[in-house]
Design a protein around this ligand. Structure first.
Ligand code: B16
Ligand code: MG
Length: 229
């Protein structure tokens, strides 16, 4: 294991609640009901794709022009940015600060593969931006999660082969992206929603370098065995 690539929302910090509040505000402006289960299905999905899904859900996919959709996206993001301006280093999820320190001590490279165009601002507010050797710019990608492009780009920026990368995600779309990239996938959340992950923890507080190393050894053993067979 030469690199660990992190998702942001749901792994490093819990911005899902802020996305929920901002989408709820925006959806209600156009008379579409928005609840937490809908928000759950948007985890890891880009801003534009999220709006399309909300419009389809509300039977309003043909109701808005391109310019009106841009305005809705702008409104949502402004609301979201007001909320994230309150973030402090206290908002790192449990165990993440410790894990970043352990990885640095072990000289393991650290990357970020977040779909959020607000990721840099969030990492700055959490005071961990300097821990990352590579931060993928999601605006420069052709495809979002579950496409593997974001994780492949992170590995390239870090200069590490995909087979030597582990990646941590909290969304189904993210786990699919990691597996399609040929990496060791760590899921944070309920086992049922992390199908395909090589290791699942319920909460970030359970993550440690020791656990990743142990599970990685077993995973590599299985991979090598299947190649020999
Ligand atoms: P933004 P992740 C994702 O972050 C969120 O899970 C998703 O809900 C959001 O729509 C997406 O970022 C885009 O965020 O509007 O800030 O560009 O989980 O990939 O870190
Ligand atoms: Mg996430």
């Amino acid at each position: 294991m030469k690199a660990v690539i992190f998702d942001l929302d749901g792994v490093i910090t819990d911005t899902a609640e802020y996305h929920f509040l901002a989408w709820k505000y925006t959806a209600e402006q156009i008379d579409i009901p928005f609840d937490r289960s809908m928000n759950e299905s948007l985890k890891g999905i880009s801003r534009e794709e999220s709006l399309e899904r909300i419009l389809i859900f509300g039977g309003a996919e043909k109701r808005f022009t391109h310019a009106e959709k841009q305005e809705l996206l702008h409104q949502k993001n402004q609301y979201y940015q007001t909320l994230i301006s309150r973030l402090t280093p206290e908002d790192l999820l449990p165990g993440i600060g410790r894990l970043l320190c352990e990885l640095k001590n072990e000289h393991i490279k650290i990357g970020l593969a977040s779909s959020s165009r607000n990721a840099r601002a969030i990492l700055k507010r959490l005071a961990v931006i300097d821990d990352f050797q590579a931060i993928v710019d999601p605006a420069a990608l052709a495809k979002g999660k579950p496409d593997p492009e974001i994780f492949l780009t992170a590995a390239t920026l870090l200069g590490v082969s995909t087979a030597d990368c582990a990646a941590i995600e909290d969304a189904e779309a993210g786990i699919s992206a990691i597996k399609s990239a040929g990496m060791f996938a760590v899921g944070v959340g309920r086992e049922q929603s992390m199908l395909g992950a090589d290791l699942v923890v319920r909460q970030t507080g359970e993550l440690s370098f020791e656990l990743l190393k142990e599970e990685w050894k077993q995973y590599r053993g299985k991979v090598l065995k299947s190649i020999r067979e």
